[in-house]
Design a protein around this ligand. Structure first.
Ligand SMILES: [Mg+2]
Length: 186
């Protein structure tokens, strides 16, 4: 795997949401807090990662808004549940950046466009993409990370060309343990 060993508080972590933090809903969207179900061990892993990285942000495509299936307020309610669960495990998310656009919209903000990464950097100017890792479960996430100049970590079993991927892990807890190990051994 190709991650540097000098990861410290000057590094930032970008997390995709669906399929990394919570269970994906095939063909659907987490429209209500009840639809949001954490994947096993994820709140604790985000707490661990929060102690290793200076910034932890979520970047998520949510075209359910563009489709009129949910409002931004409903999305916020879903994210409040996510934040509560992570807080209860002793962790934090510094900010959530979402793209409500339809994929059919020209020049949309959706990953793999680096738009959400640039939004995050506007909010937190200390974010350095050369010292950032994007964790996601799709090729779009990996290309997003690459487009912004980040390292990339793929979660799960979706086939993605290795040219986009610096490290491949079963799940977020496996990624967190790996990062903890390389920091400790450096
Ligand atoms: Mg995903």
């Amino acid at each position: 795997m190709a991650f540097p060993e000098n990861i410290d508080q000057s590094w930032s972590l970008f997390l995709d949401r669906d399929g990394v933090i919570n269970q994906r809903i095939p063909g659907g969207y987490a429209l209500r807090p009840d639809d949001f179900v954490f994947l096993p061990g994820v709140p604790e892993s985000i707490a661990l990662l929060g102690s290793l990285f200076g910034k932890v942000v979520v970047v998520t495509n949510q075209q359910g808004i563009g489709k009129g299936l949910m409002t931004e307020k409903q999305l916020q309610a879903v994210h409040e549940k996510m934040m509560d669960g992570i807080r209860q495990a002793g962790g934090r998310i510094d900010a959530v950046f979402f793209c409500p656009d339809l994929s059919s919209k020209p020049d949309n903000c959706r990953k793999p466009s680096p738009f959400l990464a640039l939004e995050a950097q506007k909010r937190f100017p200390e974010i350095d993409f050369a010292k950032s890792i994007m964790v996601g479960d799709t090729e779009s996430d990996m290309r997003f990370g690459r487009n912004a100049g980040m390292f990339t970590a793929l979660i799960g079993d979706e086939p993605v060309s290795s040219q986009w991927v610096d490290g491949h892990f079963a799940d977020l807890p496996a990624f967190a343990k790996y990062i903890q190990k390389i920091i400790q051994s450096s």
